[in-house]
Design a protein around this ligand. Sequence first.
Ligand code: SF4
Length: 379
Amino acid sequence: MDMAGLYIHIPFCKQACFYCNFHFSTVLRLKSDLLKAILTELELRRNYLGGLPLSSVYLGGGTPSLLEAAELVALFKRIEALFPVQPNAEITLEANPDDLTKEKLYELRQYTPINRLSIGVQSFFDADLQWMNRVHNAQQALNCISNAQALGFSNLTIDLIYGLPESPDTHWEENLRLAFSLEVPHLSCYCLTIEEGTALAHFVRSGKSKPVDEERAARQFEYLMDEAERHGYEHYEISNFARPSCYARHNSSYWLGEPYLGVGPSAHSFDGVSRQWNIANNALYIKAIEENRIPAEREVLSLAQRYNEYVMTHLRTMWGCCSSHIAKHFGSVYLEYFEKQVQPFIALGQVHVHHDTYSLTRAGKLLADRIASALFWVE
Ligand code: SF4
């Protein structure tokens, strides 16, 4: 392992999307204290990655595009002072369309090293956006994509959500048609899930919203796979599609088990052996950092946990699970177990074997979670 990633969590949003269970606050009062704390945490954890150069920096959230250009400049100044950053590092800002005005895009391009934008479009239909309680409208999404491209941000990815229970297949088909016509090199497409504790879960329970229709979601996923392939995108991870060699480096480092440092409330870190996650509370996070404490819990992963994580992340990618990797890193007992458990899925045509790698077929991609859990080692 010779590269590492840095993730920074900006836990603020203008309004709460009904389906979201990330850590964020819509009260922006603590924003400057929190940014100060993030700068301090970077300092406190400068040695976490053991001096490995950063191949990616990812500002996620929340809504990091809420930050002013001057705040982003200060953040990158601190990162560059504390960590070696590879000259061609992928530097991504997660952004909502309403924040990406022409002026803001110009400032990002001019004053920050950001070279990739991950834009939360979700749908190009206002009715869908209102149903999700997104803060922006469809026209803002279209405008910000073309403005970003005009200013030279060629490395763009957009997020879309399918499986919305009240949105017809024709909306999804049109969303994809538009996405492909915009020539963005990368797409992340997520199936709507109803997470406990969200407004949407409450609406479904009270009958105000319909639950997710599994058949509709599967149908839309199949349409997505067909159309993405037809338009020259590789389905390289279950929710991610890229034009050749435009894979998201940052996310790939998670899936491929490289170390990363996560800074900010709720951010997770991994050093190759243990996982660590910061407290998901803005005020408590700030207080701890002011006392020079990292408010985190840490867990050293057992062999079985590392094997399960390997199976879960790799099986979701087009690179699949590799038997020689399992033998080398987890031993022959795990390899025998894996080979035994995977057989029924090979017989059903859901897993494909090529030399020593096992990957999901098209039929298997519809059942990715079920197949991965059947391969898990139960302690
Ligand atoms: S903008 Fe993103 S982080 Fe904020 S509530 Fe919506 S989905 Fe969640």
